[in-house]
Design a protein around this ligand. Structure first.
Ligand SMILES: [Zn+2]
Length: 255
């Protein structure tokens, strides 16, 4: 089993079939494709259908993309396709987004989307992929109150006290190629035990050190930075994080 990219916005990538070919050529065994809007949910499902067994679908509405989205329609779409999903995501809260920072009503609406999707994930018994920028404590509290009890705090760069509670609660945290240069992300991954870490790219997020947009094959960079940080052999870090992803997203039974 090669490594998995556990968080990529595959439907947003140009020339996605070539991207998937390069991921396979790089030795990846799969990609968890997350969604952010109704349109990207549809795109994710199309890719899951045409790359079955390699592209795993996560459906959800993102906390910085909900502004023009219909919550009821999104819940119906996720529910209708839950058999093809490995997770609900990307969902969460983002208190640093400019439209949320200056408008309390938007923050309320963001919370409404998050809680409704957490409840649906619990009902469907699917894990969640959580975006928690600037809202780490509230994201965890609401997940514990309403969520399915398993999931990943993706690209976790929050404070250590919330991290301790995330890990105590059985949730995973993930890191991206930004591990190379982000002090917050490095501090979190130093504290988290390897058994609770997933690797990802958040493609197509820009990789500063490479001066280009990321794609799933770049999860190899994430693994290398994580192995350096932990002072462990690359193979050990790859095996552990791949096993973690297979457990969380229940991928063994899918094969
Ligand atoms: Zn993302």
């Amino acid at each position: 089993m090669g490594p998995l990219d556990t968080h990529a916005h595959l439907a947003d990538l140009p020339d996605v079939d070539a991207v998937i070919q390069r991921a396979k050529a790089a030795g990846l065994s799969g990609i968890v494709a997350v969604s952010a809007t109704a349109a990207t949910c549809e795109g994710t499902l199309r890719l899951q259908g045409s790359h079955e067994g390699f592209v795993h679908a996560a459906l959800g509405v993102h906390p910085t993309e909900f502004f023009d989205q219909d919550l009821e329609a999104a819940l119906a779409l996720i529910g209708a396709n839950s058999g093809r999903c490995v997770a609900v995501g990307e969902i969460g809260l983002d208190y640093w987004h400019r439209l949320v920072r200056k408008d309390g009503a938007q923050r309320g609406r963001q919370t409404e989307f998050y809680v409704a999707q957490l409840r649906l994930a619990r009902e469907l018994d699917l894990p969640v992929s959580i975006h928690s920028r600037g809202a780490w404590g509230d994201c965890l509290s609401l997940a514990l109150q309403h969520g399915p009890g398993r999931g990943v705090f993706h690209w976790y760069s929050g404070p250590p006290d919330v991290l301790a509670r995330v890990l105590d609660s059985g949730y995973y945290v993930s890191c991206t190629p930004a591990l190379e240069g982000s002090p917050e992300l490095r501090a979190a991954m130093e504290r988290a035990p390897l058994e609770r870490i997933l690797v990802e790219t958040d493609s197509p997020v820009w990789i500063k050190s490479q001066g280009r947009a990321s794609e799933p094959a770049d999860v190899l960079l994430t693994l290398r930075h994580l192995a350096d940080l932990k002072g462990l052999p690359l193979g050990d870090v790859e095996a552990a994080t791949t096993g973690n992803a297979e457990t969380l997203f229940n991928l063994r039974s899918a094969r």
